[in-house]
Design a protein around this ligand. Structure first.
Ligand code: ADP
Length: 257
């Protein structure tokens, strides 16, 4: 099907998301943990970025700081040209609702709401009207056009994640953050979900940043960032599963030394 073509968001930095020397420390004194250590990177609009790394390397912290869910201890995060650092929590909440889409491993749909109500929830929370044409296009594309009145409990895991993708896309956000979106799915269903995310980038000029531990999922991205010890250890353009597996093994070996 033909998507409504969207222009890339206008940003004077040219980047959808920018991290400048972002550090995040938990705790104080001898028990303090540096989860992110002066991380700098910039993500171009209309690209698909995978964030990878061994367990404890800082992937979730990276995602939470980049998405404005958590505040860095130091450094700056920009969404387009908006500096998140200076915003109050209430302002960051508004920004997340209107300019960012989220997809989680556990789908995070509201069980008492129908498929349609779940998809349109970000619009209603932001006080924006529902574009019925866009809702129809999204529902058709995710293959649930005839399930809009169903409850999440009446859907499979893959179908629930499709609803979550539509919910992320309904606001036409500047960036979608996905946290292990295929982690709870079988390989075939995971492939379908990754295809939908890839199409969002290729056909809708969306920007996707996805944390994953799965080399096959990372291979769908344009660009993979590898974290180790809270720092960007290395990066890979057009990653293949084989190259990702090798790099992760190298990073685990280095971490064990
Ligand atoms: P990953 O997602 O790669 O597994 P995380 O970002 O979850 O890594 O964690 C990075 C480091 O920060 C780990 O050492 C983890 O134990 C620590 N960490 C994460 N969240 C907290 C927290 N809320 N309190 C204390 N330490 C934390």
């Amino acid at each position: 099907m033909q998507w409504t073509q969207l222009p890339s968001p206008a940003t004077s930095t040219g980047h959808a998301v920018t991290l400048q020397e972002v550090s995040k420390r938990y705790g104080q004194g001898v028990g303090a943990v540096t989860a992110l250590d002066r991380v700098s990177t910039a993500i171009m609009p209309g690209t698909f970025t995978a964030v990878m790394g061994p367990s404890g390397s800082g992937k979730s912290t990276f995602l939470h700081c980049a998405a404005g869910l958590d505040k860095p201890t130091s450094g700056r995060v920009l969404l387009g040209t908006s500096d998140l650092s200076g915003l109050r929590e209430s302002q960051r909440t508004v920004l997340r609702r209107t300019r960012i889409g989220f997809i989680f491993q556990a789908f995070n749909l509201l069980p008492s709401l129908t498929v349609e109500q779940n998809i349109t929830l970000p619009l209603r929370l932001a006080g924006r009207r529902v574009d019925r044409g866009w809702l129809g296009q999204l529902a058709e594309h995710i293959g649930l056009g005839d399930r809009l009145t169903h409850l999440p409990s009446q859907l499979s895991g893959g179908q629930q994640q499709r609803v979550a993708i539509a919910r992320a896309l309904i606001t036409r956000p500047e960036v979608i953050f996905a946290d292990e979106p295929t982690g709870a799915l079988d390989p075939e269903t995971a492939r379908e979900i990754l295809t939908l995310l890839r199409q969002a980038v290729d056909d809708m000029h969306q920007t996707v940043v996805m944390v994953t531990h799965d080399p096959v999922a990372a291979a769908v991205s344009d660009h993979a960032l590898f974290l180790a010890g809270g720092r960007i250890a290395t990066q890979l353009a057009s990653p293949t599963p084989q190259a990702v597996i090798k790099l992760l093994a190298d990073l685990r070996r280095a971490a064990a030394c």
